[in-house]
Design a protein around this ligand. Structure first.
Ligand code: FES
Length: 64
């Protein structure tokens, strides 16, 4: 299902990007995928998907 119709970004794409890069904010997510860069109507849905995916994301600790 498309979340962002303007840029043809699907929920599957968003979930994969969130799982892989674990963005900390919607601004970081927008740097990774072109979601919300035109009309902005998809931002709320994108945030909900990001929050949902981050709930299930494993915690990685940096090893210095
Ligand atoms: S639907 Fe995403 S910018 Fe328009």
């Amino acid at each position: 299902m498309y979340v962002c119709l303007c840029n043809a970004v699907s929920d599957k794409t968003l979930r994969e990007v969130v799982r892989r890069y674990q963005p900390k904010s919607i601004q970081q997510l927008r740097q990774l995928v072109p979601v919300g860069k035109q009309c902005g109507k998809c931002i709320r849905a994108a945030r909900e998907i990001m929050d949902d995916e981050m709930k299930n994301a494993p915690l990685y600790k940096e090893i210095a």
